[in-house]
Design a protein around this ligand. Structure first.
Ligand SMILES: [Mg+2]
Length: 410
């Protein structure tokens, strides 16, 4: 039976308890995920990426040097562009990747992501979120798989469609294959197959695959594992360069949805043709996508901020169901002639003011010359110009057809 679920997963468990022995003295007193990468711990980059796709809580599965992770938490959270609840669950013994989940089971959500704190595949995770939303109930989880032209250094997953039929030993040199990218979307059902000390990869996944309960999403993208000195060195420049992304700012009404005037509810929210495709295309190409929208409907008392937030949660989930994501959102609820006194004022955030763009540029550490704005009003262009961002006026029609030839910034 296929059950359509939400495409939004709010919790990610992150494995941060490894010993890191291959890095020698570097990890004598520092857990690998805390090693600096550019201007912040590697783990901070992982959490930053997760929050783009709707994760609001990170559960750090700590072990070896767990107290160091706890000490570092406030500084890590301070680097994040969006609020995220970050908590630790410490394994009582060296429990392995499966055991780490076992010991944190009381804190795990019904469905959660699981990833490593010391590796990252730079890809559009929304494809996996979208696929998992329609997985049948008996499926225990999905794993992200990376296709390699030569997979001979790794064990490979054997796929039948998107079902993982099993895991094979290293193929012969030069043979292509799909390998485990270290990112999973799991349901709590997986906990039934987990013992207090076990390896997820060795002891749990093969059984789930044999029972037909494991699926895979094949992805491509830059991959780094900081577990060996040469790759850790490479990460110093490559990760900041990759993850300081270009950004596409989109107005909402008249760009993402038809402007029916003060749209504050789902029944009046009609997606523009190609809107989800345009966002997916930008995310696939490695761009952030942000919404910046004037919402004087709030100032006019037509809908509340809570109603607006609920509507935009739905929009974000609809986007993820289409393999897209909205990294972040700013809205301006004020109007100088507002009906509601609380919202009656001029505000830099209200376009043509540049405030919403500037705030996103600040939080996400964006380079305005690597950003693009698409709006349907002259005020959108004025706001972008004041923020130092190039902008285009969308005349209507198919948004993807309009945006796609304009994603030319490198
Ligand atoms: Mg508009």
């Amino acid at each position: 039976m296929t059950t359509q679920r939400s495409s939004t997963i709010r919790q990610a468990a992150v494995l941060v308890g490894g010993l890191g022995t291959r890095l020698g003295p570097l990890t004598a007193n520092t857990p690998k995920p805390l090693l600096p990468c550019g201007d912040r711990p590697f783990l901070a980059w992982v959490l930053r990426e997760l929050c783009r796709f709707g994760v609001e809580e990170a559960l750090l599965l700590t072990g070896h040097l767990g107290e160091k992770v706890e000490e570092a938490l406030p500084a890590i959270v301070a680097t994040l562009p969006k609020p995220m609840r970050v908590i630790c669950a410490r394994e009582p013994v060296q429990a392995g990747t499966g055991g780490a989940l076992y010991h944190a089971r009381a804190l795990l959500a019904e469905r959660f992501l699981l990833c490593n704190g010391d590796s990252w595949l730079d890809t559009n995770l929304a494809h996996m979120l979208a696929a998992a939303a329609s997985d049948p109930a008996e499926i225990a989880g999905r794993m992200l798989l990376r296709r390699l032209p030569d997979a001979s250094r790794y064990g490979v997953a054997e796929l039948e469609g998107d079902r993982i039929a099993g895991f094979l030993e290293r193929p012969t040199p030069g043979s292509p294959g799909t390998i485990n990218a270290g990112v999973y979307l799991l349901g709590r059902a997986v906990l039934d197959a987990i013992t207090p000390v076990c390896s997820l990869e060795r002891d749990v996944l093969p059984g789930l695959a044999a029972a037909g309960r494991l699926r895979g999403t094949v992805a491509e993208g830059y991959f780094i594992d900081i577990g060996i000195p040469a790759d850790f060195e490479r990460a110093q420049t490559e990760i900041p360069a990759k993850l300081h992304r270009r950004a596409l700012f989109l107005d909402r009404d008249g760009v993402i949805n038809h402007d029916h005037g003060y749209v504050g509810s789902r029944d009046r929210f009609e997606f523009i043709q190609g809107a989800k495709d345009a966002v997916r295309r930008a995310v696939d190409a490695g761009w952030h996508v942000f919404i910046v929208t004037n919402q004087s409907g709030i100032a006019r008392g037509l809908y509340s901020e809570a109603e607006f937030a609920a509507l935009m949660e739905w929009v974000a989930d609809e986007m993820r169901a289409a393999g897209a994501t909205i990294d972040d959102l700013r809205y301006a609820p004020t109007h100088p002639e507002a009906k509601l006194a609380a919202y009656r004022r001029e505000h830099l955030w209200r376009k043509p003011g540049p405030g919403m763009l500037l705030d996103l540029i600040d939080h996400w550490q964006l380079d305005p010359t690597r950003c693009l704005m698409v709006g349907d009003q002259p005020t959108d262009l004025a706001a972008a110009e004041a923020a130092g961002v190039a902008a285009y006026l969308f005349p209507g029609g198919d948004l993807d057809a309009f945006v796609s030839p304009r994603l030319t910034i490198t």
